[in-house]
Design a binder for this molecule. Structure first.
Ligand code: SF4
Length: 269
């Protein structure tokens, strides 16, 4: 009996990305569910809201927007309504977005940086694999320095340590150098909810480490190694759908009846 032929051509067409590596390192079986079985993670309010804000800023800056009215027009045009539990929930997010964008707009008006790119696609070679990604924004300052940033829309600002270890920023730095031909002078995550940028640096050693992580993940994916990592089941969106999950839905115990028990008496007549 010959070997079972592979379903995927991992050498010439296979593309890796930060999201794929992230999914694989979280749990190989999760990667399979998303990218092989095409099971979608459920859209929730935070995901929907994040897409809206990214799309708003892309539209605003790609059309060289300058005014608050135009930013709000981009916001309304980009609004995604999926994932909200109730219309009130959606409205609260909408107001939160307006507040977030007003602080963003004030900072933007005071900045002397030129916004070179928003949502910039890149396509780099890592070994025999193609690595694809999107950089949220690249700015150039009047002194000729460059800043690259990733937008985050969730409420909490990360600690410095987490930003320093963020793999996505390392890939951004790698892409800037190898594709766009410059070393970013500043790298940051822009936490839009607090209008706060947390800056970090990346060394050549960090980039090499990130490449090793990607190559290892890509090789394992090419070998179709889907060994589940059950340590992450509790945080996984598929915890109740995945056949390898350790999480099981609790069977609801019926509530105890509060009705008083009927007292029956046997009457002999
Ligand atoms: S539920 Fe557990 S085993 Fe299944 S994909 Fe998620 S982390 Fe992996």
């Amino acid at each position: 009996m010959g070997k079972k032929p592979r379903r995927n051509n991992y050498d010439s067409e296979f593309k890796i990305s930060y999201s794929r590596i992230n999914a694989y390192t979280f749990c190989p079986f999760r990667y399979k569910l998303i990218y092989i079985d095409n099971l979608h993670t459920p859209v929730n309010a935070d995901i929907s809201f994040g897409h809206t804000i990214h799309a708003t800023l892309e539209k605003f800056h790609s059309q060289k927007g300058e005014t608050w009215d135009f930013l709000m027009e981009c916001y309304d045009d980009s609004w995604r309504s999926g994932g909200f539990l109730t219309p009130i929930d959606a409205f609260e997010y909408y107001l939160r977005g307006q507040k977030m964008l007003s602080k963003y707009f004030d900072t933007f008006k005071q900045s002397d940086a030129e916004i070179l790119y928003t949502e910039k696609n890149f396509d780099a070679n890592i070994g025999k694999y193609k690595f694809i990604g999107i950089i949220d924004r690249i700015d150039r300052y009047p002194d000729g320095t460059y800043e690259i940033m990733d937008y985050k829309t969730h409420a909490k600002v990360w600690h410095q340590d987490r930003v320093d270890k963020d793999l996505q920023l390392t890939f951004y730095a790698y892409a800037c150098k190898t594709i766009f031909g410059f070393n970013p002078d500043r790298i940051c995550i822009y936490f839009l909810s607090q209008n706060k940028k947390i800056y970090t640096k990346r060394t050549q050693e960090d980039v090499e480490k990130a490449i090793n992580i990607s190559m290892t993940a890509a090789e394992q994916i090419a070998q179709e190694n889907w060994t589940p990592n059950r340590a992450h089941c509790q945080q996984c969106d598929f915890k109740y759908k995945c056949r390898n999950s350790i999480c099981k839905r609790k069977y609801p115990t019926p509530p105890k009846s509060k009705e008083p028990k009927l007292q029956t008496k046997l009457v002999i007549v």
